[in-house]
Design a binder for this molecule. Sequence first.
Ligand code: ADP
Ligand SMILES: O=C(O)[C@@H](O)C(=O)COP(=O)(O)O
Length: 419
Amino acid sequence: MILGCIADDFTGATDLAALLVRAGVPVSLRIGLPERPGIGPSDGVEVVALKIRSVPPEQAVTQALAALDWLRAGGARHIYWKYCSTFDSTARGNIGPVAEALMGRLRARQTLYVPAFPENGRRVFMGNMFVGDQPLAESPMRDHPLNPMTDSNLMRVLTPQLSAEATVGLVDWPAIRRGAEAVAGIMGRCETHLICDAIEDADLATLARAAHHLPLLTGGSAFAGHLPDAWRAAGLIGPARDRADLPALPPGPAVVLSGSCSAMTRRQVAAYAAEAPALKLDPLRLDRGDDGGMAEWLSAQLHAGRVPIIHGTAEPAEVAAAQAALGAERAGALVEDCLARAATLARGLGVTRFVVAGGETSGAITGALGVTALRVGAEIAPGVPWCAGEDGAGPLALALKSGNFGDERFFERALQAAG
Ligand SMILES: Nc1ncnc2c1ncn2[C@@H]1O[C@H](COP(=O)(O)OP(=O)(O)O)[C@@H](O)[C@H]1O
Ligand SMILES: O=C(O)[C@@H](O)C(=O)COP(=O)(O)O
C-alpha cells in the first residue's frame, strides 16, 4: 500500500477517496476503525474515515493512532492526515495534536500542511487562507456551528495547537513558483511544521514533487490527489488506471438529509425545498421531544413516490439562538441524532439512496446505518462522489456532501446522476 489515509470526517474521506481515484490509484474506503486487521490494495490507497474533527484533542489522537497502527499493519508506506480544506478546528484544535502524535509514532522530523483546494476556491497565500475572494475569517466559515474559523492566518491557528518544542514555518508561494528545489531548500531548514501556500493545482504538484518522500503528509484532498503522479515520476508506483470498475448504484427510492448549516448548503436546501417536500427540524423543539411527526411524514412522502428532504439547516442567527439555549454541542447532537433516526426509518421503508449534507451529519447517518466500507463511484461535483456500500438490509448508495461543496442545484444533480 503506497498510502494510508486518516480522514477526520466522513465527507472529507469520500472527497479524498474521489480525488485519489481521479489520480488513477485503486482506493479502498473504510468507515470507522476496522475491527479486523486487513490489507489494502497492494499498489493503492486505504482511507479510514473517522469522526474526530470536533471531539477533544485527546480522543482525536487516540483514534488517529489506532488508525495509524491499522494502516501500518496493512503495509502503508506513507501516511496522510486529511482535514478540511478550510483548516477547520475547534478552539483547542485537533489538527496539530494529531499531526504531532502521528509524527512521534512514525519518527518523522517534519511534516507539511497543505489544505488548499483551488478547484473549490480554497487557496493559501503567505500563510493566509482565502475562501473564494474572502479571507477565511471573513467568509461564512466564521459562523460554522461547531468549528467557527475566526483567524485567516494558518500559522497563527496552528501554533497554539502544538507542543512548545514544535516550530512552525511557511513554504511561501514565491518559493513554490521557483520550483521543487526551492521548496526542498525551505524543507531543509529547521522548522518541523510547515504551512504551505498554494493557489493553483500546479503549486500542489510542485509541493508533491518536493515532499512525496516524507513519512507523514497532511492537508486537504487536492494535495493528496497530486501525490500519485509524483510517486509515478519517481518510479514508485505503476501507471494510472482507468476507472472501468465504477460501482453500480442500487435502484430504489431516495431521501435527502441535511444537517449542514454552511452557506452553500443553505442555498441548496432552499432550492430543493422550493420543489420537493421538506421537513425542517428545530433543535429547541427536538429538545422537548417534538420532531414534527417525522416518521409519519416520511412514510407518507415515500409512499407518494417523492424524494423528500429532512434538514436542520438554518441561518446563522437561528443556529446562534439554539446554541444559546442548549449549548452548541447539544444543539448539534439533537439534530444529528434525529437525522440518524430519519435515515434508519427511511432504510426500513425501502430507501436505497441517501444524499447527505454535512460532515458530522454524514458520520452520524453512516454510523446509524451500520455501513463499514464504501466503493467510490462517479463524482457529482468536485470532491463529492456517489458511493456504493452495504448494510444488514443489502446494497445502498450514499452521496456525502461537504458543507460548502457543490452548486445550488446539487441535490437535484445528485439524484439525476444516480440514474
Ligand atoms: N438548526 C441548528 N442549530 C444548531 N446546530 C445545528 C442546526 N442544524 C444542524 N446543526 C448542527 O450543525 C453541525 C453541522 O456540521 P456538519 O454536519 O459537519 O456540516 P458542515 O459539513 O457544513 O460542516 C452538526 O452538528 C449539526 O447537527
Ligand atoms: O476538505 C474539505 O473541504 C472537505 O473534504 C471536508 O473535510 C469538508 O468538511 P465539512 O464541510 O464539515 O463537510
